[in-house]
Design a protein around this ligand. Structure first.
Ligand code: ADP
Length: 282
């Protein structure tokens, strides 16, 4: 049977195909069921998607593609690292090998993020709850971030008597890393970055303020959508994917908390999130 090939030939534009519409092509293929083609194959290929199938989220496609990319990427990362470490390379070749390694690493981080996002969207993420001290997580995030930034003053302000919370510490750290890296990336002139933590009724609120480019008011509601990036010259320069904030939102909401942004263009932005003392049911 060449049902699929024939379908493509029917719908492709001339001169390669007959330029038929999708419906015309399906009609013609159905009329050959049991003659040219196996009726079962025709049935499977031409039936309209069921409600379930139509609802199948693109997230599933995302997840499949990401899984498929994982092994070739780790091969690329590993092999380019090995290549770059060979002793007898010309400087130019070594530089190329290092570039390949850096790009492969970047892609594999992207794939890991896509996988994480699709697991959240599929409701497959389980929190590993522990007793967590917010101040400790903030300090860990800051020591990591200092490596990337030289021209920012990173300061902290902790309210008194911050409670410990029940949370997935690694995930909350991921949120802090993301917000802090954004604060650095989107304030290229430097300035002050302030991390503050306050006790709120039934939980803790953490805010990260920068003195960067800011975000127009009408963009604020879109920030947490996946792949969304605010258009602008700096966004074009800062390499990013628009996945970070959507993952942050999933992490915080899975904890029963919420996350939001306030900003003034040209002055800076503040991203805040609230975490309850323990997740509902946790
Ligand atoms: P990425 O940084 O990879 O583009 P994010 O999801 O982390 O993706 O952020 C989405 C967009 O929100 C960014 O592209 C940027 O336009 C905007 N943004 C995030 N944080 C800040 C910030 N601190 N200051 C200004 N704009 C920001």
């Amino acid at each position: 049977d060449y049902v699929a090939e024939d379908f493509i030939a029917l719908v492709s534009s001339p001169p390669w195909g007959q330029g038929a519409s999708r419906e015309e092509a399906l009609e013609q293929i159905r009329s050959e069921a049991g003659k040219l083609y196996d009726p079962a194959v025709v049935e499977a290929l031409t039936k309209s998607p069921t409600k379930e199938e139509e609802k199948r989220p693109e997230g599933e496609v995302l997840s499949t593609i990401s899984h498929e990319l994982r092994s070739p990427l780790s091969f690329l990362v590993g092999y380019s690292e090995l290549l770059a470490s060979q002793p007898d390379l010309s400087p130019e070749t070594r530089e190329r090998a290092q570039e390949i390694q850096a790009e492969a690493l970047r892609m594999s981080r992207l794939v890991e993020r896509l996988l994480e996002l699709s697991r959240f969207e599929a409701g497959k993420i389980k929190l590993k709850l522990q007793e967590v001290r917010p101040t400790e997580l903030i300090s860990r995030a800051i020591s990591k971030a200092r490596v990337f930034s030289s021209n920012h003053e990173i300061e902290v302000a902790f309210g008194e008597q911050l409670p410990t919370i029940q949370a997935d510490g690694e995930m909350v750290l991921e949120v802090l890393d993301n917000l802090l890296n954004n604060a650095i990336s989107y304030s290229p002139q430097g300035g002050r970055i302030l991390l503050s933590a306050q006790k709120r009724e039934e939980g803790v609120q953490i805010s990260i303020s920068d003195q960067g480019i800011g975000i127009p008011r009408e963009e604020l509601p879109k920030l947490f959508q996946r792949f969304y990036r605010v258009p602008g010259p700096l966004t074009d320069k800062v390499r990013g994917t628009g996945l970070g904030l959507s993952i942050c939102k999933h992490i915080i909401e899975t904890h029963g908390g919420r996350i939001w942004a306030e900003s003034t263009v040209g002055k800076g932005s503040t991203f805040s999130f609230f975490l309850p003392l323990r997740p509902p049911g946790g």
